[in-house]
Design a protein around this ligand. Sequence first.
Ligand code: ACO
Ligand code: OAA
Length: 371
Amino acid sequence: MSTTKGLEGIVATTSSVSSIIDGVLTYNGYNIDDLADYATFEEVVYLLWYHKLPTKEELESFTKELNGYSAVPSEVLEQLKTYPIDKVHPMAALRTAVSNLALFDEDADEMSEEANRKKAMKLQAQMPTIVTAFARIREGKEPIAPKPELSYAANFLYMLDGEEPDETSIEAFNKALVLHADHELNASTFTARVCVATLSDVYSGVTAAIGALKGPLHGGANERVMAMLSEIGDEDKVEEYIHKALENKEKIMGFGHRVYKDGDPRAKHLKEMSRQLTKITGESKWYEMSVKIDEIVTSEKGLLPNVDFYSASVYHSLGIEHDLFTPIFAVSRVSGWLAHILEQYDNNRLIRPRAEYVGPDKQAWVPIDKR
Ligand SMILES: CC(=O)SCCNC(=O)CCNC(=O)[C@H](O)C(C)(C)COP(=O)(O)OP(=O)(O)OC[C@H]1O[C@@H](n2cnc3c(N)ncnc32)[C@H](O)[C@@H]1OP(=O)(O)O
Ligand SMILES: O=C([O-])CC(=O)C(=O)O
């Protein structure tokens, strides 16, 4: 048996949801650069789930159906209030609440394609409601009900702040959602597929995926990028901080990637958004610091920024609390998880690789009082 640490380079499934070929990311054959510039997030969700861009009518009816599911069962909202809110990370709250949603869906274990697509709709619609409700509850505020007439991006910002956002914020947030929606067989998507390949239910797959996204080597990196920027605090201190971190062999959050070695195609969009938004907020220092970190890490380690690096200053500029960055990633990525879950059910086989055993052999049993 031979092993490949971290399954690097192993092709574990076929998929027609998204691809990374020669450093180019496409969703169902559409280049991410075009989608980032032109698509609404709702169109992207449709594309990922139905493998085609919707017509105007299809998009209207899809959006209407999605919006119709955005209210979360009151039991789930009430239980959010019982979490130890001053200690709980919003990703842990989201993981628990999504698992909890299954308890209030009588079709949670119904496995027909129709039932699974309906659950996909519910999860996509309800995750923003949960994240924003939790963010408000912990500030002692009441959750705000979604407005069905607002877009997915606008609704999230509205439910967070209670005020309808301006066009610039909606556009930026929509673009961030589009850029994070899917990414081939990343760790959380693989987790979702492994889970549902046992023929477990959609809620279990998404709950498992949230757990995987939470880690700092994956989606959890964006919050840590902002923590690093805040800790450095000033452009003058970047050089010393980064050199010291590299000398200590620390990982610089938001850099490096398992698949992209010549750069993450999403990063340039987020970099430009960071430049524009920090200018608007009068806090260009976050952008300037980020660019300086980027220059040093790239020239000294040959590592390029990934999707998590510039997204940190983008979300900060939109006034979003730093520990909500990863839940926002989840609110977008659930579209990809669901596409992969549906694809997995459609052509399922249990995912069960092997491990090369490297432990001791031929051990003689020792009774407990002789150990
Ligand atoms: C949405 C996403 O999930 S994007 C990724 C988000 N994660 C991060 O930004 C966390 C920081 N980055 C990393 O930890 C890694 O680059 C990963 C997890 C993204 C990719 O990991 P892998 O493909 O396993 O690369 P691995 O961790 O083996 O790194 C290879 C070498 O580069 C170094 N390296 C990789 N990333 C970084 C980094 N961000 N900072 C400093 N050194 C790094 C490693 O220390 C290692 O060095 P070594 O060979 O001297 O031991
Ligand atoms: O693909 C990966 O390994 C991580 C990543 O960039 C993502 O999930 O967006």
